[in-house]
Structure formats: structure tokens, C-alpha cells
Design a protein around this ligand. Structure first.
Ligand code: PMP
Length: 430
């Protein structure tokens, strides 16, 4: 059946009347790639089923959380069971301790964890905690890294912010912006210089330890270790934003695979099993600064919500009991990488493929992509053709060149083979 947008297009027109831009998160509107966004009717395993009746192979997995594939049975059952007992109490439940205990046992170097409702909240709260703990105001962030849409982070942000040409959003005050100091990803000398110029003022460095919001960008050897050392020497905290990498690269996320310990770690996506959950965690000494134990205030009516906690427990338990999933995902991603690589290299076009674990991105430039500037050199016209060509073949990639694909465990080798064949068909006509 040919790929059509008729119903999606009508739904988008109706949505635009009542929702700004027709969407509740900007990247969904397809502004970066043009054309009409695809409306989803349902999803199962590795596939999305569109409102126009197409079945498409999904490489975004809801931007990461659906690591086991869509509508994974034990997660769905856990949510159903929880819903029957009431959807929110605003009072403590045993579920919250169960997920906290599980997360702390899976991740290195953390004693306690606080649940919130999104990655944005997790990063915003982590920075407040770092400031409260150190008594300092300034933070260092990297151009092209995205840590959610709270004010301090919308300074050269990646992901949707850069896609929409507003990496520095209006509405962020100068006062807030001046406390965020920017550095280039993978440039350790620059970070050392910032510490030198701002003695005893830096509360923390926040970083995506493997970046996914300017495509997938891998830290150079020694970069994360160097940041760790600079933080230790200067009394600053190292915050790993593991909203994408947590429970995806390994049980213990990027801390485990890189062997570098952070002081505060943020989580999101996988930890909620597809429900709205984020979290931040640290050793006890730091978490003791949080209310109600300590003076740094942070709260949430729906935080620790029983549906979300039940989904999260089902998801994390499955990953904890099946650690082979992480290797399997990495193997599938390698297979995809090699297939796309072989097709594009025969075509003689400029490209670079970055990959780490189950995160991968294709950049249409022949230069190494190591930071935001090099990612921005990618040819967006080619990306648009690649994206739409693949969508018409039934393959759904992230609709922006500044995003990583996320593979899920339900993807079969056959699905990956179909994807590589589709890439071949798409670039044949270039
Ligand atoms: N940090 C990172 C690394 C992210 O990728 C994202 C979202 N893509 C966030 C934070 C913000 O998470 P959320 O969209 O749940 O607020």
C-alpha cells in the first residue's frame, strides 16, 4: 500500500486550531524536515500504526523509553493493575521504595534517588541541588547538549531547540543566561580555562556523557575523565544527564560503560516505562541537602505516581533480569551501521555515521562529527530527502538531523534488513 498522509493531514489541521503548532512538543511538527507529521493510532513491538493505515518500523522509540518495544506486555499489565487501585494518592506508597531500591542497585555510585515527572524536571532539580550543595551559582554546559526546557539550559541547546533555530529562547532572562557558561563538547582545554577564569564560582558541569541531542556524539578518550578531574580540583560537582543513556547503554548507564563516576545523575525515558517519569540521584551526602531532610526545595504532586512507578518497576525489573538485552541492542545497531555504511559508501556521498551502544546517527558531512559545530555542517537538504524517502518506504527516523535514533529490542534482523534495503532504494535516485 502506498504511504499516505490524508487522515494525518486532516488531524493536523484540526489540531492546529486548538494546540499551538498542532503539537505538544515542537519537534513533532516536522518543521525541520517539512511535510505533514504522521499521526499514530497505536504501536506494538517495533512498529507504529499510522492513522492512515500504514505499518512503519520505528527508530525513535518515543525518543528512547520504549527500549523493549511498544506495548510490552508486563509493562502494560502492571499499568492496568495499578490503575484499578486508583491513579494518584499524593501519599507515600511502597512502590516508590521498590523502584528506588531497584534503580540504586542497578546504577553505580548512587545511594538515593528522587522521582520527578520529566527529564526537564530532573535536570533542573539536579542543578538546584548542585548550587545548594556548593553554595555557588554558575554552571558549565556544552553547546548542542539538551537538558530539557528549563531556563538555565536554553543557552545553545540542542535537540528541538536548535532544530527550531532558537537555541537561546526569548523569555530566558539575561540574569539566568549569565550563570550558564558554554563550552564545546570534547574540548577539555576550554573547560579548564573556564574554571581558571571563574575561581570558586562553578557549582557544576552538566553533560550528556554520550550526547544524543546533536545526533549521537561520542566523548573523546579522556574527555569525561578530564572533566571529573577538573571538578575534583575545583570543588565543583559533575552532573551526568543520563536521561537518554540511563538504563539504555547498560543497567548502570553511561557511568557503568565509561567507568567515570558522576556526583549527580539524572534519568528519564526508560525509567518510566513510557509513562511521564524522570529522576535524579546521588550519594547520600548530596541527597541529604534535599527537602524535607535539607534546605534545597523540590516537590511534585504527581511525583512517584503509582501508574508510573508500576510501569517503571516492570521495565527496570525486566532489564535487570535480562542484561543480555544491552549487548543484543548494540549488536543490532552495529548491523544497521554496517548496512547503511555499505550503501552510502557505494554512492560516493559525504557522510559520517556515529554510534554508541543502541544510539546511532547519520550526518551528511564527511568531517568527523565531534561537537555541535561539526554536527551543524551536515547537509540538511540531503537529510530531508533521506528522512522522507525512508518514511515513504515505511521507516520512521527522528524528524531532525540533530537527533539520535534509538533502537529497541523488538526490532528483528529482518526489520534491519528491510531498513538497509530501503536506504539503498532512497539513495539510488540521488
Ligand atoms: N536530557 C536529555 C539528555 C534529553 O534527551 C531530554 C529529552 N529528550 C531531556 C533531558 C528532557 O527530558 P523531557 O523531555 O522528559 O523533559
Amino acid at each position: 500500500m502506498p504511504f499516505t498522509y490524508q487522515r494525518s493531514s486532516a488531524l493536523f489541521d484540526e489540531a492546529k486550531k486548538y494546540i499551538p503548532g498542532g503539537v505538544n512538543s515542537p519537534v513533532r511538527a516536522f518543521n525541520a524536515v517539512g511535510g505533514n507529521p504522521v499521526f499514530v493510532e497505536r504501536a506494538k513491538g517495533a512498529y507504529l500504526y499510522t492513522e492512515d493505515g500504514s505499518k512503519i518500523i520505528d527508530y525513535i522509540a518515543s525518543w528512547g523509553p520504549m527500549i523493549l518495544g511498544h506495548a510490552f506486555e508486563t509493562v502494560v499489565e502492571a499499568v492496568k493493575k495499578a490503575a484499578e487501585k486508583g491513579t494518584s494518592y499524593g501519599m507515600p506508597t511502597e512502590l516508590e521504595t521498590q523502584i528506588a531500591k531497584l534503580a540504586v542497585s542497578m546504577c553505580p555510585n548512587i545511594d538515593q534517588i528522587r522521582m520527578v515527572n520529566s527529564g526537564t524536571e530532573a535536570c533542573m532539580s539536579a542543578v538546584r541541588l548542585a548550587r545548594g550543595f556548593t553554595g555557588r551559582d554558575k554552571i558549565i554546559k556544552f553547546a548542542g547538549c539538551y537538558h530539557g526546557h528549563s531556563d538555565s539550559f536554553l543557552i545553545q541547546a540542542g535537540s528541538g531547540a536548535v532544530t527550531f533555530g532558537s537555541p537561546n529562547s526569548p523569555g530566558v532572562t539575561k540574569g539566568t543566561a549569565q550563570d550558564t557558561i558554554l563550552a564545546d563538547y570534547n574540548n577539555l582545554d576550554q573547560v579548564a580555562e573556564i574554571f581558571k577564569n571563574n575561581p570558586e564560582q562553578i557549582a557544576c558541569i552538566i553533560i550528556e556523557p554520550i550526547a544524543g541531542n546533536m545526533g549521537c556524539i561520542v566523548p573523546k578518550e579522556g574527555f569525561l575523565e578530564g572533566l571529573r578531574k577538573l571538578c575534583d580540583e575545583n570543588g565543583a560537582l559533575l552532573v551526568f544527564d543520563e536521561v537518554m543513556t540511563g538504563f539504555r547503554l547498560a543497567s548502570g548507564g553511561a557511568q557503568e560503560v565509561t567507568g567515570v563516576n558522576a556526583d549527580i545523575v539524572t534519568y528519564g525515558k526508560v525509567i518510566g516505562g513510557g509513562l511521564p517519569v524522570g529522576a535524579f540521584a546521588a550519594r547520600k551526602e548530596i541527597m541529604n541537602y534535599l527537602a524535607p531532610t535539607g534546605p534545597v526545595y523540590q516537590a511534585g504532586t504527581l511525583s512517584g505516581n503509582p501508574l508510573a512507578m508500576s510501569a517503571g518497576i516492570a521495565m527496570l525489573s525486566h532489564l535487570n533480569n535480562h542484561p543480555e538485552i544491552f549487548d543484543r541492542l548494540a549488536e543490532k545497531t552495529k548491523r544497521l551501521h554496517e548496512g547503511i555504511d555499505s550503501v552510502l559508501s557505494q554512492k560516493g556521498i559525504d557522510y559520517t555515521i556515529n554510534r554508541y551502544g543502541s544510539m546511532i546517527s547519520v550526518h551528511f558531512t564527511d568531517e568527523p562529527v565531534v561537537d555541535f559545530d561539526s554536527a551543524a555542517k551536515g547537509n540538511n537538504e540531503w537529510f530531508k530527502k533521506y528522512f522522507h524517502g525512508l518514511l515513504e518506504q515505511g521507516i520512521y527516523l527522528p524528524p531532525s538531523a540533530f537527533e539520535s535514533y534509538f533502537l529497541n529490542d523488538a526490532l528483528s534482523n529482518e526489520d534491519i534488513g528491510i531498513t538497509i534495503d530501503a536506504v539503498e532504494k532512497v539513495v539510488k535516485s540521488w
